[in-house]
Design a protein around this ligand. Structure first.
Ligand SMILES: Cc1cc2nc3c(=O)[nH]c(=O)nc-3n(C[C@H](O)[C@H](O)[C@H](O)COP(=O)(O)OP(=O)(O)OC[C@H]3O[C@@H](n4cnc5c(N)ncnc54)[C@H](O)[C@@H]3O)c2cc1C
Length: 450
């Protein structure tokens, strides 16, 4: 991506391919799939579109050419991803989650693991290959995910994997993973699962990733979660009861939390452009509406100054979010995930929160008709949009914490992004904010000191 933002002829062709796929193949399926009361059925209704995406090379576009992928960089991927998300972000996540699921192998895998796992992903003759990514755990005491890098072994990730006779034996539960249960609830082709491989160590040393193939005995997939938005996506509950996988499927031993943080670096611009695309869809719809609807007056509502000013503000924020996402993608293409951490977190937080407000402002411009879910798309766009700040590493418990850990580092240079310098993120930047101080503990300390 040159700094003048010019799209190359190849990038324009990619944009056209993705736009046509979204409009011709995805668009006709979306409304019914989103409205389907059974979320698993809604997910299955998108399978033909996924198979088409695989055939077009969109599913494997970002994997290295040597394994059969398209070899595209993140900036190129964003150009295609925006066009698909502007029609439906759900199918875009079904297509893209392979990148997140196989990120541990791409970033931390051995040569043999890359050949085995990426080769399988890129060369599926049935065009149905899926790889999920499972870090999140169910709510409870202990439960949840945000403190995955907590220093205590009793906190954070509680799914365990013990090495017994050359196999890892997994026990525990995961909740939320995208596409992990597969088209038939019997499992995606592969799942990368963040587990505690050392029960005596905290989140900075005790975690690793295991690649768990479909058909592994001891893995059970519970029904698809019934969500308020992103209904086309499958998000499920996975139970591991003495599930066994070969030791050769271990990735990033002792670095599971770095895999998680770096995975979020990889997805930051990708989620950023998806949020931008959903906001863009709302903006384009409402712009057209404001030029054709008079609201009982004599002229279209765009001639009211408040509508014109608000549309201007809406357009500005959509453009700003796109350029920030592109800049973060350019950082990833230049430095890889260890270099783009901070900018990626900024992008995910800023775009997701800005674009929620953009979609809401579109509803305010349109007025009451925006609330008519049968006639207009604002309902689905708002429901989908509300997921962005809370998923892919919640902005509160995970993304802002990553940025905080980086900025608190004495070496952090606030001009690095202006100078386009690499910004290293390591274990020393993790774990910040996970250890809390309850008021009773403060009082006890104060009393003890008296
Ligand atoms: C559509 C969708 C798709 C998803 N796909 C996947 C997937 O593919 N794989 C996967 O593993 N997960 C997936 N998830 C889960 C998602 O990644 C969540 O971001 C993740 O589980 C963390 O959720 P949380 O931030 O709500 O964490 P929780 O642990 O539930 O924390 C809840 C809240 O507590 C507060 N909090 C907790 N700890 C701290 C702290 N240290 N500092 C400050 N505040 C704190 C924050 O307000 C935080 O939002 C998906 C979720 C959705 C909705």
């Amino acid at each position: 991506m040159p700094i003048d933002f010019t799209l190359t002829p190849e990038q324009k062709a990619l944009q056209k391919l993705a736009r046509e796929f979204a409009q011709d193949i995805v668009q006709p399926l979306v409304r019914a799939a989103d409205a389907e009361p059974d979320p698993q059925k809604g997910f299955q209704m998108m399978k033909p579109a996924y198979e088409q995406a695989y055939e077009l090379g969109l599913v494997t576009a970002g994997f290295p050419r040597e394994f059969g992928g398209g070899g595209l960089g993140m900036t190129d991927l964003l150009i295609a991803h925006e066009e698909i998300c502007a029609v439906d972000c759900g199918i875009a996540f079904i297509i893209g989650v392979q990148g997140l699921g196989l990120f541990p192998v791409m970033a931390y895998g051995t040569a043999e693991q890359k050949k085995r796992f990426l080769g399988e992903a890129c060369n599926d003759p049935t065009h149905t290959y899926q790889c999920g990514y499972a870090i999140s755990e169910p709510a409870g005491m202990p439960g949840g995910t945000a403190n995955f890098d907590h220093p205590s072994p009793q906190a954070g990730i509680q799914t365990t994997a013990d090495l017994v006779n050359g196999e890892y034996v997994i026990n525990g539960r995961k909740f939320w993973p995208t596409s992990s249960a597969g088209w038939d609830m019997k499992g995606a082709t592969m799942n990368s699962v963040v587990v505690r491989t050392d029960r005596t160590k905290g989140g900075l040393e005790g975690l690793s990733v295991l690649m768990v193939p479909r058909g592994t005995p001891g893995v059970r997939y519970e029904p698809n979660i019934d969500k308020m938005g992103m209904r086309i996506n499958q998000n499920c509950d996975i139970v591991y009861e003495n599930a066994r996988v070969p030791a050769e499927n271990l990735v990033g031993p002792g670095n599971g939390e770095l895999v998680v943080n770096n995975g979020f670096t990889f997805t930051g611009p990708w989620i950023g452009i998806a949020a931008t695309a959903v906001a863009r869809a709302a903006y384009e719809y409402v712009l057209k509406w404001s030029k054709t609807y008079t609201a009982g007056g004599t002229d279209p509502i765009i001639y009211h100054q408040n509508v014109g000013y608000m549309l201007g503000d809406i357009a500005m924020r959509v453009e700003a979010c796109r350029y920030l996402s592109w800049k973060a993608a350019h950082y990833l293409d230049t430095y890889g995930f260890d270099g783009a951490q901070g900018l990626s977190a900024m992008t995910k937080v800023f775009t997701s929160e800005t674009c929620v407000q953009v979609v809401y402002d579109c509803m305010r411009v349109m007025g009451c008709n925006a609330y008519d879910r049968a006639a207009h798309p604002l309902d689905k766009l708002m429901r989908d949009m509300l997921g962005f700040p809370i998923f892919d590493g919640g902005n509160m418990g995970m993304q802002r914490r990553r940025l905080w850990g980086l900025m608190a580092d004495e070496r952090f240079d606030p001009r690095a992004y202006a100078n386009c310098d690499r910004v290293h993120f390591g274990k020393e930047n993790e774990g910040i904010g996970t250890v809390t101080t309850r008021p009773e503990a403060v009082r006890e300390l104060a009393t003890a000191g008296r």
